[in-house]
Design a protein around this ligand. Structure first.
Ligand SMILES: [Zn+2]
Length: 433
């Protein structure tokens, strides 16, 4: 997980500018702070390209036919349609995406595309090969160009086009997203199970664009992922800058949705599954990885930062105030409570209830330095740990008198104080329900 955060920072460094200092200061987690304005993303990705579906997927006539069938699937013809889909939207042969740069692409865009490719290379087993002059291989290359309007790509391979309009698509997220299409992935928010996670607000969609929100049935190989690089953000195809078109059921997830600047943990897992990267791994590896751990292409478990060990089975709280709670009820207090908490403290808390139960948190007292949670901060992860990269952040009196329930049998919390201004802290009662 730590490696992953560092990677995020590396990817982010391509977006250098006045925000870089802010990003470093927040240790990588400023990535979503930087994206404080969804509308940047909206403008970037939502310049619909002519002849593209859902804004940025270029399809052949044959693919369009199958795509339409995927939107109309009934239980009767589902198996048949999914079979057609696997033929129409193909994976690249030999786990190898071959690409060539068209002269219309700027050197800056080439470098950014390569940066995105390097992340796929590092996190998946997919090979990316540049077809240079005189290429004589069997796999038709994907042509990466800058002359078209907008940021878009063909869906699946081999061959096809990926367009990165030079002055519009210059963000690594956009490159990762379009490469995702080229590898054969469609948008996360059109999954047939999206209704369990998000709501589409049809009244807020630009007139004539509602068809971009139709569900597209497909084989689902991993849990729904709000943080996927293939998920659109809240203002996708909005009729203006203020009206959200996609709202997650868990509102607190909204700021994480469609705004990640890197591949999410589930993205990496999904691409590795699609391209058979786990072929050499023990079959039960996924089940053996505990606490939201996911298999890596090296057949190890990639753990959330709160856990370590070969199977993420060991609590990773290294400071004296960190603790793991396995009793079915208990109390968690800031160090020294009710006296002021000490400076420069970091405490990690993990509550693990028996499987099948959830964690009920009751914040009896909560008093942490405020000021936008920039200095002292209390973070919770009460969602499904498998897809929860970014915690919810609190300070001031925000959680005083509040109760929270976890989605799974695990709840994780972290408290950090800096060198100045210490307050009373927190007193939390929890119980398994
Ligand atoms: Zn797209």
């Amino acid at each position: 997980m730590k490696v992953f955060m560092i990677l995020l920072l590396l990817v982010g460094s391509a977006l250098a500018g006045t925000d870089q200092g802010v990003r470093d200061e927040f240790n990588g987690e400023a990535v979503d702070f930087f994206m404080g304005n969804d509308k940047i993303a909206a403008k970037l990705e939502m310049t619909p390209s002519p002849n593209c579906l859902e804004g940025d997927m270029e399809m052949s006539e044959d693919q369009k036919k199958v795509y339409n069938m995927m939107q109309e699937v009934t239980s009767k013809d589902r198996a048949e349609v999914l079979q057609l889909a696997s033929t129409a939207f193909r994976l690249w042969p030999d786990k190898t995406l071959v690409y060539q740069f068209d002269s219309s692409l700027s050197n800056e865009m080439k470098a950014m595309f390569e940066e995105a490719v390097d992340l796929y290379r590092e996190m998946t087993c997919i090979n990316f090969v540049e077809a240079k002059d005189g290429y004589t291989g069997d796999i038709p290359p994907l042509t990466v160009k800058g002359s078209g309007k907008g940021c878009y790509s063909s869906v699946g391979g081999p061959g096809g086009h990926l367009n990165l309009q030079n002055d519009l698509c210059d963000h690594v997220r956009v490159c990762l997203h379009e490469i995702g299409h080229a590898l054969g992935v469609m948008h996360e928010q059109t999954r047939p199970d999206r209704g369990d996670h998000v709501r589409i607000i049809e009244d807020n969609i630009m007139p004539g664009y509602a068809h971009n929100f139709r569900m597209v049935d497909r084989e689902l190989i991993a849990p729904y992922d709000l943080q996927s690089v293939m998920h659109y953000h809240s203002y996708a195809f909005s009729r203006n800058d203020f009206m959200e078109t996609i709202i997650p059921h868990d509102i607190s997830e909204g700021e994480k949705m469609g705004r990640q600047w890197s591949l999410s943990r589930l993205d990496i897992y999904k691409f590795n599954l699609m391209y058979d990267c786990y072929d050499g791994c023990p079959e039960d590896l996924k089940d053996k990885c505990q606490h939201g751990g996911l298999p890596s292409k090296q057949c190890t478990c990639v753990c959330p930062e709160e856990y370590k060990g070969a199977y993420c089975e060991i609590f990773n709280g290294e400071t004296a105030c960190s603790a793991e709670f396995k009793a079915t009820s208990g109390v968690i207090q800031s160090p020294g409570y009710p006296e002021r908490y000490p400076s420069n403290t970091e405490c990690v808390y993990a509550i693990e209830c028996p499987v099948g139960m959830t964690v009920h948190l009751d914040f009896k007292d909560f008093d942490i330095e405020g000021f936008g949670c920039f200095y002292d901060i209390f973070e919770t992860k009460t969602g499904d740990i498998i897809d929860e990269i970014y915690p919810d952040k609190y300070c001031d009196y925000e959680l005083k008198g509040v109760t929270k329930d976890s989605k799974t049998n695990v709840a994780l919390m972290t408290f950090k104080s800096d060198s100045l201004y210490n307050y009373k802290g927190f007193d939390i009662e929890y119980r398994c329900e």
